[in-house]
Ligand binder design. Structure first.
Ligand code: HEC
Ligand code: HEC
Length: 226
């Protein structure tokens, strides 16, 4: 029996641990986590600077919560910022600096983060009207209940329909206004554009205020569920 293979394995192991040691202290091992916390030398800023270290978002910066959103939805939105299909100067720069693979990696990272507990937010708007729109819609203007697509508590459904509960009222209202004007095109069917266009600005504000007041995570399932 020769000692050579064992020595080669040892040398390889030593080399690998040297590579691992060269990574900055505290850097998350996976690419998505690294992008989120530190950005990339290619000109990608750390997402955490605006979206928070826990992915909970920042109301003053109108940066939405990303933690616990569907990975497919997040990656799709990054693709749209990059292509210009969804317009936002800040996020266009960020998304264009990421390769498609990096977009998927960072989307997967945020999707896997637990939903931070959000204290009910106060937002200006008619909460009773917002709740009526959320739960029943308004057939006089052919607006379906928001809950039909966004889920009964606004928690979102699958890769297509994002959660609304616990996002800041300012962010929700800005998005609804953008859907109404067409500055943000939704899916190919333009579902959200049609709905937002049929509601008045006061109704959009009411719906935004109502959803901002709902917890991002239902109290009953606060431990395990995202
Ligand atoms: C300088 C602040 C800033 C930085 C840095 C930043 N974002 Fe954003 N992000 C925003 C703002 C503001 C919006 C809301 C854009 C809009 O109004 O359409 C946003 C929106 C998003 C959305 C859309 C979410 C939704 O619910 O539709 C995604 C996805 C996103 N950002 C991902 C990222 C990722 C990933 C990074 C890091 C690579 C990042 N952002 C870095 C400010 C920032
Ligand atoms: C027919 C299904 C449907 C109904 C009804 C609906 N939505 Fe949506 N909504 C969507 C889809 C799909 C998207 C994702 C659009 C995209 O991909 O850009 C969306 C996105 C949104 C967003 C953007 C969230 C984010 O994270 O950026 C907001 C805000 C929103 N909807 C609010 C509402 C409100 C308020 C109502 C009720 C007045 C409503 N929606 C009714 C399907 C629906």
């Amino acid at each position: 029996m020769s000692l050579r293979p064992a020595a080669a394995v040892l040398a390889l192991a030593t080399a690998l641990s040297a590579v691992a040691a060269a990574a900055p202290a505290g850097a998350p091992a996976d690419l998505g986590g690294r992008i989120a916390a530190q950005g990339l030398p290619s000109g990608v800023p750390a997402c955490s600077g605006c979206h928070g270290a826990d992915g909970g978002g920042s109301a003053p910066l109108q940066a939405p919560r990303l933690a616990g959103l569907d990975a497919g939805y997040l990656a799709d939105q990054l693709d749209r910022f990059a292509s210009g299909a969804r317009k936002n100067d800040t996020m266009a720069g960020v998304a264009k600096a990421l390769t498609p693979d990096q977009r998927r990696a960072v989307a997967g990272y945020f999707a896997a983060l637990p939903v931070p507990a959000s204290p009910p937010a106060q937002a200006q708007g008619d909460l009773a009207r917002g709740r009526a729109l959320a739960e029943r819609g308004d057939w006089a203007v052919k607006a379906p209940a928001c809950a039909a697509c966004h889920g009964p508590q606004g928690l979102g459904v699958g890769a297509t329909t994002p959660p609304l509960a616990g996002q800041s009222g300012a962010y929700l209202s800005a998005q609804l206004t953008a859907f109404r004007s067409g500055a943000r095109r939704s899916d190919t069917l333009g579902l959200m554009n049609g709905i937002a266009a049929r509601l008045s600005p006061a109704d959009l504000q009411a719906a935004a205020a109502y959803y901002a007041s709902l917890p991002a995570r239902p109290a009953a399932s606060s431990g395990a569920a995202r």
